[in-house]
Design a protein around this ligand. Structure first.
Ligand code: UDP
Length: 249
């Protein structure tokens, strides 16, 4: 069942929560084609606002969830409220819980050398029946891309977590969507670093009060430049948001 969407500066984000997103993704395994899942935050929506081609690419996804409190607020400003933030990491966790009880195979792609393997080892401990078909680090030359696609396909994976950071992962998935034989390709940023135990996720408290961005800013101050997009995003949604037509679904 398609969900209602909210058009935020041209990006049509699904009005769906974490549990709903995980259910939709599990449903994708019943269809014989590749499905793409992206989780845009306010930086990505601003990037799409400035770049119509990128905006089109995002809108071609099968599922677009609201990653970040900024996107949730924007949906409320536009009077099509999304209930909760549905970050890639949280959706991935729910999907892993469900994959654990299926025969579907998972491929982990991204992160520095060693990270995907460490993530796989940790996930195997946590999800005893999980079938991880292969791993590949996220640093490659353009001429290696076909080899990576072959590695994913040859592994027999049904789902791939592509963790190259945004917008690299979205562009990579889009460039290879006709060759990949998986049923689900999800772009989920730095999640493998968290699964590998190399990066700590903001404690629940910070997420619940909508201040995860602040926690990350203190822990990873080099993000400050990128975060300047957040006030610009808020101002643009307030000023221009109403110019974008909301579909009647
Ligand atoms: N990364 C990668 N290949 C690249 C650039 C980045 O695999 O060419 C990985 C990087 O090691 C990190 C992730 O992509 O694991 C990006 O994480 P970040 O938290 O910056 O992404 P976000 O979730 O903010 O998009």
């Amino acid at each position: 069942m398609p969900t209602k969407k909210v058009n935020i500066l041209g990006v049509k984000v699904d009005m769906i929560d974490i549990a709903g997103a995980a259910d939709r993704i599990m449903g994708f395994f019943n269809e014989e084609r590749l499905h793409t899942v992206f989780t845009p935050n306010s930086e990505i929506i601003m990037a799409a606002y400035r770049d119509p081609e990128f905006c089109k690419m995002l809108n071609s996804a099968d599922l677009l969830t609201a990653d970040g409190i900024g996107v949730v607020y924007a949906s409320k400003i536009l009077k099509r409220p999304i209930n909760e933030r549905a970050a890639g990491y949280d959706i991935a966790r729910r999907v892993l819980e469900k994959l654990n009880y299926t025969d579907h195979k998972l491929f982990l792609f991204g992160g520095k050398p060693g990270v995907a393997e460490e993530a796989a080892a940790n996930l195997r401990k946590e999800y005893k029946e999980l079938n991880i078909a292969g791993t590949r680090n996220g640093y490659f030359k353009p001429e290696e891309e076909e080899e990576i696609v072959d590695q994913i396909n040859d592994s027999g994976a049904d789902i791939v977590f592509v963790c190259l950071g945004a917008p690299k992962q979205e562009k990579w998935i889009n460039a290879h969507k006709n060759e990949l034989r998986v049923k689900v390709a999800m772009g989920i940023g730095g999640s493998l670093d968290v699964f590998a135990g190399r990066v700590e996720r903001a404690p629940d408290f910070w997420c619940k009060i909508g201040m995860e961005w602040f926690y990350r800013l203190v822990k990873e101050p080099w993000r400050a430049g990128r975060m300047l997009d957040l006030p610009k995003f808020a101002a643009t949604v307030i000023m221009k948001g109403k110019n974008y037509k909301q579909d009647e679904v």
